[in-house]
Design a protein around this ligand. Structure first.
Ligand SMILES: [Zn+2]
Length: 320
């Protein structure tokens, strides 16, 4: 395994080296490209394949934005192009995994990336005070999320949820994830059958699906907030960071290997059907081999409606 040089590069002679993305589409691409580069580099270090490119990961920073070139007394203006709501998990460093630096992202991190009043207040601030620069809002979940795991375990073993060892504050985080867990469980019942929860691997699969549904739910709520604020030009996106591949994607396949094409941020759901589609898509993705055999020999299955970009884009068109 090779070492990683992760470098923030400031060039005082060329302070405007990295112009901000002009619109939502460009902002989405900037985040996806940043993550693709980061994940590819992490992979090349893991596999010791560093034959192509420089043996460093470099994030270009605009010297003006961090105040390196400021006049006496003046401060750099805050101008992030994206708001990112992510989990507090220490293994998911927001700026780093998107390949971004100073003044690029307005980041809110809370366990389980749940949307509470205070979190929503921070987003409201960004939408109001930073509306000149913000182009996208991103809800980011991740594989192996402890908060989602706690919610799934409480869902499967309700007595655990009411245990005295869980503080009321912690319980309030778990509670906000239950809707996503329930939606995910419905997807498994539909695809795996009524005895889904008795099947091997069910808990792990439920956690992974709930991570996606939880991010989708929060993105749906965020979209409504953005619309309430009348910011129609701001796009709301969601994704999940895979701790294994270091890639941000939707849906999340925990068994996936690194794939340069595997990075994507999805558009926020616009109606409840989108959640159902995503739950079924995840249940299909994580289906054990024995379920596939049973299904194909006993019942003709209806193919699931994928909750991919195309469908979500389409429903957004209808809404507008
Ligand atoms: Zn987490």
């Amino acid at each position: 395994m090779n070492t990683i040089d992760y470098i923030y590069r400031f060039d005082p002679k060329n302070p405007s080296i990295k112009p901000p993305p002009p619109d939502a589409e460009a902002a989405k691409k900037t985040l996806e490209d940043g993550n693709r580069m980061f994940a590819t580099w992490m992979e090349s270090c893991r596999t010791s394949d560093v034959s192509h490119g420089e043996a460093r990961y470099v994030v270009q920073c605009n010297g003006l934005e961090v105040g390196m070139l400021r006049q006496h007394g003046s401060l750099p203006k805050q101008a992030p192009f994206a708001v990112v709501v992510g989990c507090s998990d220490a293994r998911v460093p927001t700026e780093m995994l998107f390949g971004q630096g100073f003044n690029d992202l307005f980041v809110i991190r809370v366990a389980g990336n749940v949307m509470g009043d205070v979190c929503m207040g921070s987003i409201d601030f960004a939408l109001t005070a930073l509306s000149d620069s913000v182009k996208v809002v991103v809800m980011l979940g991740h594989s192996g999320c402890g908060a989602v795991t706690a919610a799934v375990d409480s869902y499967l073993m309700p007595m655990k949820f009411w245990s005295k060892s869980i503080s009321p504050m912690l319980r309030s985080i778990t509670q906000r994830i239950f809707v996503a867990v329930r939606e995910a469980a419905n997807g498994f019942k539909e695809v795996w059958g009524p005895d889904a929860r008795l099947m091997p691997g069910y808990r792990e699969a439920l956690i992974n699906s709930a991570v996606c549904l939880n991010a989708a739910q929060a993105a749906f709520d965020l979209r409504q907030e953005v619309e309430r604020a009348g910011k129609w030009e701001i796009e709301v996106l969601f994704g999940a960071f895979n701790l294994h591949t270091h890639q941000v994607c939707m849906p999340l396949d925990p068994r996936a290997e690194h794939d340069p094409e595997g990075v994507n941020l999805a558009f926020a759901p616009t109606n409840p059907r989108d959640f159902q589609s995503l739950a079924i898509q995840m249940a299909e993705l994580l289906k054990p081999a024995e379920v596939s055999k049973t299904k194909s020999s006993k019942t003709p299955t209806t193919p699931p409606q994928p909750a991919g970009d195309d469908e979500l884009q389409e429903s957004r068109k209808h809404r507008r």
